[in-house]
Design a protein around this ligand. Sequence first.
Ligand SMILES: [Zn+2]
Length: 207
Amino acid sequence: MSSVTYGFEAAAAELVRVGHAAAVHGWVPATSGNFSVRLDNGEVAITVSGAHKGELTAGRIMRVDLQGRPLEDKRPSAETLLHVQLYRRDPAIRAVFHTHSIGSTVLSRMAQDELVLTEFEVMKAFTGIDTHETTLRVPVFSNDQDMTRLAARVATFLDSNDPVPGYLIAGHGLYTWGASVADTLRHLEAFEFLFQCELETRRLTAR
Ligand SMILES: [Zn+2]
């Protein structure tokens, strides 16, 4: 299915580009967020811990294995486990992006177990959706600093559901994925656009 190929240098260049774009949009404030690509050799290229995405360079991208263990002398993102669990589950996933936008943070705090979005044209940006006449149910997990516990909750949900390619962590942000960097960036942009639309709609219709 996937015909994309990523060596480390190409993947790092893509991650730098995506990181800078996310920073321009205000989706990764104060060194938050993390981005990864699955390499052709089965390893994962991921942003290091604490890197500001607006100032990201290839030197702040590192390799980890599918268990999230560092393959070089750098410290990977604290949320590496949430990336590699997606790669382990689905061989078709080639990129995972995580952002902390205002829209995802605010809406995920207001939602209970899911954020329901209905009948937006931009939903067609998601792989497998070809009409606006649809309802997206984005799962929301409560935040947790224990990544093993959080990853287990995500895994349990994904085992019994076929969700849109993304989920929210309450008061925290969005995880989204796809079969290439381009697919994943399109999903990220679509989610962030939907969140912003939903936020504006709720603001305008409040009281
Ligand atoms: Zn985060």
